[in-house]
Each structure stands twice: as structure tokens, then as C-alpha cells.
Design a protein. Sequence first.
Length: 157
Amino acid sequence: MSEQNTITAFFEQDHDRLDELFKTFQQLKRSDFPKAKDAFKEFKVGLQRHIVWEEDLLFPLWEKKTGRSEEGPTVLMRAEHRQIGQQLEAIHSKVVEQNPDSDKEEQVLLDLLGSHNRKEERALYPAIDQVASAEERETIFQNMKNIPEERYKLCCG
């Protein structure tokens, strides 16, 4: 299994890309709010797309291959996605108001994402790579391109 064709490699890279966008938002929000807002918008849309990819494509594949849909890691990941979404919206509300005082909300989001991403990167993604064939992984990557933008592209007016 080549590294670039793994679920683990692809989704870890997306985590890293999203982390950088969020850092840019944090660094600029008090000095250049328009640029900070652009970074946040790209982060929010990217994170929402990432979650849709997981919930629509990755998790169902895992559940089908393992028979674990009522319990197991994907149940926990979906619950954590809801918490992440709530914090994302709390920050989004402040961005819409052009209010840079979102440090508390950002810290909660970063704590949630840190724990969540570690579980995915260390356990879930490698497990999916183990149970999925190369063809199934390729189908996932192809299907990711076909998800309509309106499923994840809500941000910032």
C-alpha cells in the first residue's frame, strides 16, 4: 500500500492543512480581520467538508467491513463531530460580528480537535486502511470529489 493512497496519509494531511488555516486566523484576527476572516472561512468550510467526507464515505465503509455500526469508534467520532460543530459555530458567530474575542471558544475547539484527530490518526484511519482494499480506498477518494458543495459550504455570509 503506497503512502499517498492511504486514508491515513490523506486525512492527516488535511488535518495539518486545516490546523495551519486556524493558526493563521488566530494570528491575524486582532491585526488584519479581513485576512483572518478569509482564513477562518477556508478553515470552517474545509473542516465541514472533512467531516462530511468521514461521515458519508469513510465511516459507512468501516461499519460495512466490520459490522460495527451500533457501537465502536464511528459512533464516538460522530458524537465528537457534533461537539466540534458547536464550537465552530460559536467562533463563527463572533467572526460574523467581527469580534476577535473568541479565545475561549478557540481553546475549547483546539482541545476537542486535538483529542479527536489523535484518535483518528492513531487508530481509526489505520484500521480503515487495513480493512479497505485499494479499490475501495480509490472509490472513497473519487466519491469525495462528487459530494455537492452545499453539503458543507456554509460560512460567514
